[in-house]
Design a protein around this ligand. Structure first.
Ligand code: SF4
Length: 735
């Protein structure tokens, strides 16, 4: 068995994506056979089954139309306040996830025979026994804290419960330290509360919105995109600061083609003008904030004239926009975005957005940030989790003092170095860490230091090639899952339920987690008979039942007012109980109490800053193999400024290779030659360039930006990895 296999062998097997060195057992992947009749149980006529989407993290209510046990279409559920009956292209393309012939089809265990390694397709009992015995061995040798969970998606809740019951505090989602973490921490340090997901943005009522490096519309957050489109239709004053002329920029009154990496300079100059010209919301600031005079002192030097050479935005334009913000206050949404791990000072940049928002009085006001509510649903009663003997290994609360969620790269560091203690087993649920974390070499180094890794996913991916055991989960349309009760404008409860039977030998995550829990002697933490018992027990605490949710999919519950009562001081969860324009807490901890600007690292000669972003058709690399979505966007392209292309002789549509400052090379990628991007940077959509050949639709299509992100800075406040400090040169293939 693999327990005896050397690290060298581990490497060899792990290299399947690029080297093709894996000896596949006959039929071991069980690829490519979608059964003629896919499922049974829904009869011959069309049935409409409500559930919710998992094609991205937004979780829109979905109505699945099912005929003869086969999903024929997916539409939005009008009862769902997140989508209001409308799905995005990915949501309607969910069929492609269910009927993807490359799905993981059966449990796989890595075995070694006659000196070579291969995957063996095995039954669930054998695979689960293997996982449980390996985890138990790691626990006995290194302690329960040596197990780390990386997860993304709704089903991760059950694995989080399993790992907490096991006794480990080491749970991380890359969606914190590689995405939205700095934003939430920056707002928590200012207002005492984060932004959350779905975000508390009142775009629907904004008179003015300012997007800074955010390409809403290409970044498809369903509710926000709908509100954004409606607001533009109603005359929203829109400003977009972005080195690229994005779709959002094309709708703006002002496009500010800011130099990449200088957004904080722009924000500080706006704060300067608003303070100096008295454009701020004086009653709000007087009633609700502390540190105004200190803030004024700190931003005194950040004049628009100072900002101009840094940002490339003329001083008069900076003043004009600041005055427009003041005129539309408080209904101005300075949009904090979502993916914000860019330059290493990201929490401070997000804090600058929070400070600007406080000055404009937009917290708790129409058109700014509303107060969300959450439906109250009780937990299924289980004993308290065991108290881990050792604290978090990821640096949260110590090295990264404000990391109030798991830091994925911190866990990777602990695994690589054995400090503060060894992390020897990884459970990886629904996240392709090879494309999610910067510096792939460090991820591989950590993987080689492990005793054991199990991957749970619906699809193969680069990370599953490193696993000792792969457990195939059924897709979101084939399973029950944890309830969805977000903090939102309308409190709500959504149910995910199977709309068809699972294909292949795949199983729901809740079942996998429970089976592992039972094998690990954790039965007191999994006392429910089955998932329906679990869900119904929880739902009854909220005055409803599983039967009711099965019928409607989503229930709206009564909420409270979305906005603060005018004229009444508000309460804030900060140390001072006020909005902290100047943070004594940060100062005491040795950090800047008001953000300070540091220019970004310059590009090496002949190189361009690598920027990356999202597509409305895909969610990271998770959907690029989905044939329905691949029809719309089969590969990515690299945006190159027209003058740059002329200098280099690159033609529109020509394939080029990007080579970064450390020599990392991309797959060939099509050049999009355009005036719509500043000349010192290039841009590509993230999630393409898969190297795992089991992804037969997407392998080798387009280029992977993560492979080019070999350098990253770490946010000192919360551990986030800044990923926009890499530079590429453009190598022509047809020269
Ligand atoms: S935004 Fe699109 S992909 Fe995401 S949950 Fe909603 S419909 Fe699904």
């Amino acid at each position: 068995m693999f327990g005896n296999v050397s690290r060298r062998d581990f490497l060899k097997v792990a290299g399947i994506g690029t080297a093709g060195s894996l000896a596949l057992g006959a039929g071991s992947w069980a690829l490519g056979r979608i059964p003629q009749r896919r499922a049974s149980g829904h009869g011959g006529s069309t049935t409409v089954v409500p559930t919710f989407c998992e094609m991205c993290f937004w979780k829109c209510g979905t109505l699945a139309h099912v005929r003869d046990g086969e999903i024929v279409k997916l539409l939005g559920n009008p009862a769902d306040p997140l989508c209001e009956g409308r799905l995005c292209p990915r949501g309607t393309g969910g069929l492609g996830a269910v009927y993807d012939p490359d799905r993981l089809a059966s449990p796989l265990v890595r075995v070694r025979t006659n000196g070579s390694e291969k995957w063996e397709a095995v039954g669930w009992d054998r695979a689960l026994d293997e996982v449980a015995s390996r985890l138990q061995a790691v626990k006995e040798k290194y302690g329960p804290e040596s197990l780390a969970l990386f997860s993304h998606g709704t089903g991760g809740a059950f694995f989080g419960h399993l790992v907490s019951s096991f006794g480990s505090p080491n749970i991380a989602q890359p969606s914190f330290a590689q995405c939205r973490g700095p934003r939430d921490v920056g707002f928590e340090l200012t207002f005492g509360e984060g932004i959350g997901s779905p975000e508390r943005y009142d775009l629907a009522n904004a008179k003015m919105a300012v997007l800074i490096g955010s390409h809403l519309g290409e970044n498809m957050h369903n509710t926000q995109v709908q509100e954004f489109a409606d607001a533009i239709g109603k005359g929203l004053h829109l400003v977009v600061a972005d080195p690229r002329f994005s779709v959002a920029a094309s709708k703006a009154e002002h496009w500010l083609p800011v130099k990449p990496g200088t957004d904080l300079a722009l924000l500080l100059a706006w704060i300067h003008v608003i303070v100096e010209e008295g454009l701020y919301d004086r009653p709000f600031v007087e009633a609700n904030t502390v540190g105004f005079s200190e803030l004024k002192r700190e931003v005194a030097g950040y004049t628009p004239e100072w900002a101009y050479p840094h940002t490339g935005i003329p001083a008069e334009t900076i003043r004009l926009i600041a005055r427009e913000m003041g005129a539309h206050s408080p209904s101005v949404l300075v949009y904090p975005g979502r993916h914000v791990t860019w330059y290493g000072d990201d929490t401070q940049r997000s804090r600058a957005i929070a400070l600007l928002s406080a000055l404009l009085g937009s917290w708790g006001r129409p058109g700014g940030f509303y107060f969300p509510t959450k439906a109250k649903v009780g937990k299924y009663p289980v004993p308290p989790y065991p108290e881990p003997a050792r604290g978090r290994a990821d640096g949260g609360g110590s090295r990264f003092p404000y990391a109030n969620e798991g830091v994925a790269n911190g866990l990777r560091d602990a695994t690589r170095t054995g400090r503060p203690y060894p992390v020897k087993a990884w459970m990886v649920y629904g996240t392709n860490l090879i494309q999610a974390l910067p510096n792939v070499s460090e991820t591989e180094e950590a993987l080689k230091a492990l005793d054991f890794m199990v991957a749970i996913d619906t699809m193969p991916a680069e990370i599953t090639g490193w696993a000792d055991v792969v457990l195939p989960e059924c897709t979101y349309l084939e399973r029950f899952d944890e309830l969805w009760t977000p903090s939102f404008r309308t409190p709500m409860i959504s149910l995910r339920q199977p709309v068809v039977d699972p294909l292949f030998d795949s199983k729901p995550g809740w079942w996998i987690a429970r089976e592992l829990g039972l094998r690990l002697g954790l039965e007191t933490y999994f006392p429910w008979n089955d998932i329906e018992d679990y869900l119904d027990t929880r739902l009854r605490t909220a005055g409803t039942t599983l039967a009711e949710l099965k019928a409607v999919g989503t229930l709206r519950k009564p909420g409270h007012g979305l906005y603060a009562e005018e004229g009444r001081p508000m309460a804030f969860g900060t140390k001072s109980g006020k909005v902290e324009l100047y943070s004594e807490e940060l100062k005491k901890a040795g950090h800047d109490p008001v953000p300070k600007y540091t220019p970004p690292d310059p590009a090496p000669e002949g190189h361009f800053r690598l920027l990356y972003g999202r597509s409305p058709v895909h969610t990271f690399g998770r959907t690029t193999n989905n044939r329905r979505l691949a029809e719309l966007e089969p590969e990515n392209e690299v945006w190159v400024n027209t003058d740059t292309a002329l200098d280099l002789g690159v033609k529109d549509g020509e394939r080029v290779v990007l080579v970064n400052q450390d020599g990392a090379r991309s797959n060939p990628i099509k050049a999009k030659v355009t005036e719509r991007i500043r000349p010192e940077c290039v841009y590509m959509v993230h999630g393409f360039g898969h190297t795992d050949r089991r992804l037969r639709q997407s392998a080798g299509k387009g280029a992977d930006d993560t492979g080019l992100i070999t350098r990253y800075k770490v946010d000192p406040l919360m551990g986030g990895t800044a990923m926009r400090g890499n530079f590429v040169r453009i190598e022509r293939q047809e020269a």
